[in-house]
Ligand binder design. Structure first.
Ligand SMILES: NC(=O)C1=CN([C@@H]2O[C@H](COP(=O)(O)OP(=O)(O)OC[C@H]3O[C@@H](n4cnc5c(N)ncnc54)[C@H](O)[C@@H]3O)[C@@H](O)[C@H]2O)C=CC1
Ligand SMILES: O=C(O)[C@@H]1CCC=N1
Length: 275
């Protein structure tokens, strides 16, 4: 992977917050030269102080950014995109590749502000911070093979990249994996709270919940078995797990609840794209 990033050229990260910062850490770990990266963030990207000390340039305004990045990654909030995009125009060449990770911001809305140019719309997630991310991506027709390879190298430095054939599917990816880590953290919170209700000390309940969620996740990645099989492996006939699953797998249980949640996230992404 380091080899692929050696050909990534110069990268400008616009927005060095949670998601942008996680991606940047992934690139550097995968071998991207810190001197090849600049971060544009008017708020000083407080999460990135240690990285700036490793040689990544930090700019507070577009006027401070050197023109001619090969790839510009847009990692600002969707609501500030309209204001940010026109300020970037003087920094771009015709063949600058734009990679946007903003939820619900369409290729068309980016082209409306920046003109017709190569755009990849991507949806990563924050486990990128620990090299356990996954990203959905969609390229517009102007993205050439080498550009797609460059986007792939940058995005996969923190986990696999799944290319989708229709842009609308990025909203569904957002509902599953972009927002998904929050559902899993909520599961850990709820598991710990349930443990307290069952009589455990809160700190112990939280340790049990964190390790259970993390361990089950790691087992799913490393094992060749499907999640349903791993679930069956835990479930003894008429045992304790079965008693719990009869509640979680009821008609109004976990499955329908999560389906409603994912569709709500997807619908919010769609609504953002119309805003
Ligand atoms: N946090 C997450 O789990 C994920 C977020 N995303 C997307 O990533 C984008 C950023 O989200 P977060 O990192 O969570 O937000 P954040 O608030 O942590 O980071 C946004 C950053 O943009 C900076 N910023 C504000 N105005 C700016 C400007 N004019 N120019 C340059 N930078 C500016 C802020 O100072 C901040 O550091 C959003 O569009 C979101 O939809 C995508 C996937 C997952
Ligand atoms: O909540 C959000 O809008 C962003 C997009 C995916 C995860 N966080």
């Amino acid at each position: 992977m380091a080899g692929a990033l050696e050909t990534a050229g110069r990268v400008l990260l616009v927005g060095g917050g949670n998601m942008g910062g996680a991606m940047l850490r992934g690139w550097l770990e995968a071998g991207l030269d810190p001197a090849a990266v600049a971060v544009l963030d008017p708020n000083g990207a407080p999460l990135l102080a240690d990285i700036v000390s490793r040689g990544v340039r930090l700019a507070a305004a577009p006027a401070e950014v050197e023109r001619g990045a090969d790839t510009v990654i847009l990692a600002v909030k969707p609501q500030v995109m309209e204001a940010v995009l026109p300020t970037l125009l003087p920094l771009l060449a015709d063949d600058t590749l734009i990679v946007s990770v903003a939820a619900g911001r369409t290729v068309a809305s980016i082209e409306a502000a920046l003109g017709e140019r190569p755009v990849v719309r991507a949806m990563p997630n924050t486990p990128a911070l620990v090299n356990r991310g996954i990203t959905g991506a969609y390229p517009n027709a102007r993205v050439t093979g080498p550009m797609r390879a460059r986007a792939q190298a940058l995005l996969e430095s923190s986990g696999p990249v799944e290319w989708v054939e229709r842009e609308a599917l990025i909203d569904a990816v957002t509902g599953v994996s972009g927002s998904g880590p929050a559902y899993v953290f909520l599961l850990a919170e709820a598991l710990a709270e349930a443990g307290v209700a069952a009589g455990l000390d809160p700190a112990l309940a939280m340790r049990l919940a964190r390790h259970t969620v993390a361990g089950a996740g790691e087992l799913m990645i490393r094992s060749g078995d499907e999640p349903a099989q791993l679930r069956r492996n835990v479930t003894s006939p008429n045992g304790t797990t079965q008693a719990a699953l009869e509640i979680l797998m009821a008609d109004d249980g976990f499955g329908p609840l999560l389906r409603r949640a994912v569709l709500a996230a997807r619908d919010r992404a769609e609504a953002l794209s119309r805003a």
